[in-house]
Design a protein. Structure first.
Length: 188
């Protein structure tokens, strides 16, 4: 839920944030500049997924991405009048909130038993949907026409709470032998 608050708060209000970097931007400029963080985020998502699969590290990757996104949002607030630095910060946010998904879902599958998987994933999605409502609602309710960036402290807090909660999550370690056996049995 807390990660979803950060994700949807970022995606829904990105055009307003870009507009506040320079009020003279046209709608076309806002669209092109707003696409930059998503392009960087997509590249980051691919690299992070590959890294997480190669190393098997899920928890620390997701925690690091939540912190990266929070730092990026804070940078967006600090540098909101400097387009290059603000877009760099927004790109950090995009890498964090888009890149965490693959390792997070792999981690969820690792934590849940086979019998719990269907119900567990449905519960995770339901709770995350609440974050998809609360994040944009709180930001939209408290933002002003002149300044949406000041309200970004809410998703920053949500992302940091998510990182702290994940730090306490216990993940069962898979033995290397199990991984080799799983690979051998799936290829036969």
């Amino acid at each position: 839920m807390f990660a979803a608050c950060g994700l949807y708060g970022f995606t829904f209000f990105l055009p307003q944030i870009v507009k506040q970097m320079d009020p003279s931007y046209s709608a076309t400029n806002i669209g092109f500049l707003g696409a930059i963080p998503f392009v960087v985020g997509a590249a980051g998502m691919l690299l992070i997924s590959r890294y997480s699969d190669r190393t098997g590290e899920r928890k620390l990757v997701v925690i690091g991405l939540m912190i990266l996104a929070a730092v990026g949002l804070f940078g967006t607030i600090l540098f909101r009048h400097s387009p290059v630095l603000a877009l760099t910060s927004l790109s950090m946010v995009a890498v964090g909130v888009l890149g965490y998904m693959a390792p997070y879902w792999a981690m969820a599958a690792q934590v849940l038993t086979r019998a719990e998987t269907a119900v567990g994933l449905a519960a995770i999605n339901t709770i995350a949907a609440m974050g998809g409502f609360f994040g944009p609602y709180v930001i939209g309710k408290n933002a002003t026409a002149d300044n949406v960036t000041i309200v970004l402290y809410f998703p920053i807090g949500c992302l940091l709470i998510c990182a702290v909660m994940l730090a306490f999550l216990k993940i069962p370690k898979k033995e290397p032998v199990e991984l080799e056996e799983a690979t051998a049995s799936s290829s036969s």
